[in-house]
Write a protein that binds this ligand. Sequence first.
Ligand code: SF4
Length: 290
Amino acid sequence: MADPSKRWPENTAGDFFVDRSCIDCDQCREIAPATFGDSSGHARVERQPDSPPLLSRALMALVTCPVGAIGTKAKHDLHPVVDRLPEQLDENVFFCGFASENSFGASSYLIVRPEGNVLMDSPRFAARLVRKIEQLGGVRWMFLSHVDDMADHAKFRRHFQCERIIHRHEVHSSIQDIEQQLEGHDPICLSPDLIAIPTPGHTRGHMVLHYKNRFLFTGDHLWWSPERQTLRASPRYCWYSWKQQIESMQKLLDYPFEWVLPGHGYRHHLSTHDMREHLKNCISWMRQSN
Ligand code: SF4
């Protein structure tokens, strides 16, 4: 729970505040950009929400914050906000909210499918979220992009008996029991609508998930940059090989997508054509910065 005595002085005065436990994960700025902003190394309240829709977004950020760094002076009923999570993004694809500190506040997503739901990376194992996922049909597969965004994967496995999928190059001693360990660098068709694409670079066994030729779940491989208004990756946050990450990015040109849905970084939706142009632009930029 956020501590008002530890609130950052940069917060705009009023009901909402961010305290010093903020880890600068970006969730609040993405969920409620009208309320939260950046303040060199942490988030701050830039403008107090002054309408019911803005209040609702700010409360969703509060619920999603992985470290409970967002607080309010007034008491708010969180039930309506919690009821909206997972939040539908498009078709049967949902943003889970409830980010976990163990994955540094990574975003996770739920794909609701008649053949079985897929949880993309792990949210916090919060009882209220788990109940909502149960109502949406549970979890059959849990696709893990890489080790950093696994958070509460073991709890989800125990609760839903879901099959976890990860690349073998991500597996270390404490996660050797993961059910499906994919190998190699070639894309693997998990079902007619789902393709696991190995994208080594950020980590050695990083993978992205391509769904229905519309959605690309990118883990920490690729994201939308609101500052640059284009797709970006980061050599600064590349833990394995930037050269291989560029090659992996090139591979994605074969897969049309409209949505980029990352673990860290911003989500974005464009036409397939525009997304491809931005991907080409990103690859050129990566080559120049190599
Ligand atoms: S969601 Fe929480 S931890 Fe993340 S940037 Fe906002 S206040 Fe900080």
